[in-house]
Design a protein around this ligand. Structure first.
Ligand code: NAD
Ligand code: TDX
Length: 346
């Protein structure tokens, strides 16, 4: 029986990973460790919160003693580490919390692992670090990020994730810690906090508010449905090669403006609005400082080595996402009102 610690399980991607593992592996014990920052929302997990193989642990990865105490009590034997500050705009306004959580928090976990699993690591144990394509910096109009692309982070968020990736790798080289890292493109789907492009714009369209598009909107992102990311994480966790890196992406590049136009079209239909009504809300605003021009992932390695590929097209994923936000308006209202932060106390 594995005892899998998933950090950041109350966040967007983490909630989908926790759900998948709790449902698919009843023989594993799944521990969701999360500090419940503004981005943590246990309401996203209410369907599995009573499962026999699920335990929630409220803790901060910046508190090394608290982390060691939990290792002592629960003897985790595998970790999938997602807890992080994740929003680029917030990192521009306040870089230090990104250094603390993403860098020092990750090193705290690595040190706990070294203390409790080392010095002779058994290869059934694994530290799986979840990272982003933003560590590679920005592409020009041509080419794709491969696992060999040099790191060149441009935002404080990307720099903090790059640093954490380097620390994980260095613990593998220096202490022989068994690890794997994956770098994924932009995720979208149910339960994403409405500060990120897609849920923010869905929410604003519903409320007839303007859609603040940075600059000319010609920035390119590579979008992946969050459940396909969770499935890739499952595969890499179980079958990924020790001490290696996998890029994850759906070969699905979109310029922001084109994506927002498609989203507006879908929303017009779903909300029974006149064709073109939502697109009228698009407002070009001052650009994000250091805005990366283009991200695009080459996902050949995970496809060839592990047989992973996305299960939905972008159109299907986007429709599912819009439907989810329309059917779960209370989830969004609880965020807007702040009620979601009291969910675990109810
Ligand atoms: P999120 O912001 O939705 O969730 C982060 C979670 O971490 C929250 O539940 C939060 O409470 C928790 N957390 C934050 N600080 C903590 C701390 N000090 N101690 C314990 N828990 C803490 O993030 P997300 O979008 O789900 O991203 C999850 C991971 O995936 C991150 O590591 C991120 O860098 C990476 N990633 C995200 C994307 C994306 O498009 N969202 C793409 C690639 C990689
Ligand atoms: O209001 C907005 N207007 C706008 O034009 C927002 C929130 C975003 N944008 C643009 C900026 C980006 O080009 O849309 C694109 C996507 O922005 P975000 O949703 O903020 O994502 P991004 O900055 O690309 O980073 C995301 O992908 C990689 C996640 O937030 C990271 O956690 C992940 O690692």
């Amino acid at each position: 029986m594995k005892k899998v610690l998933i950090t950041g399980g109350a966040g967007f991607i983490g909630s989908h990973v926790v759900r998948l593992f709790v449902n698919k592996y009843p023989e594993y014990q799944i521990y969701n460790l999360d500090a419940l920052t503004y981005a943590g929302n246990l309401e996203s997990l209410k369907d599995i919160e009573k499962a026999a193989n699920y335990t929630f642990l409220k803790a901060d990865i910046n508190n090394s003693q608290a982390i060691e105490d939990l290792f002592m009590e629960f003897a985790f034997d595998n970790i999938i580490h997602l807890a992080a500050e994740s929003h680029v705009d917030r990192s521009i306004n306040d870089p230090m919390i990104f250094v603390k959580t993403n860098v020092i928090g990750t090193v705290n976990l690595l040190n706990a692992v070294r203390k409790f699993w080392g010095p002779n690591f058994d290869n059934n144990k694994r530290f799986y670090h979840i990272s982003t394509d933003e560590v590679y910096g920005s592409l020009g109009t041509e080419g794709l990020f491969t696992e060999k692309t040099p790191y060149s982070p441009n935002s404080p968020y990307a720099a903090s994730k790059a640093s954490s990736d380097h620390f994980v790798r260095s613990y593998g080289e220096t202490y022989n810690l068994p690890y794997v890292i994956s770098n994924c493109s932009n995720n979208y789907g149910p339960n994403q906090f409405p500060e990120k492009l897609i849920p923010l714009f869905i929410s604003n369209i519903i409320e007839n508010k303007s859609l603040p598009l940075y600059g000319d909107g010609n920035y390119t992102r590579d979008w992946l449905f969050v459940i396909d990311h969770a499935k890739a994480i499952d595969l890499i966790f179980h079958k990924g090669l020790n001490k290696s890196t996998y890029n994850i992406g759906g070969f699905n590049e979109w310029k922001n403006l084109d994506l927002v136009k498609v989203l507006c079209e879908i929303m017009d239909v779903k909300l029974n609005r006149q064709k073109g009504a939502s697109a009228k809300l698009i407002t070009h605003i001052e650009d994000r400082p250091g805005h990366d021009k283009r991200y695009a992932i080459d996902a050949t390695k995970i496809n060839k080595e592990l047989g992973w590929e996305p299960s939905v097209t972008f159109r299907e994923g986007l429709e599912k996402t819009v439907d989810w936000y329309l059917e779960n308006s209370e989830w969004m209202q609880n965020i807007v009102s702040g009620k979601y932060q009291k969910y675990h106390m109810d």
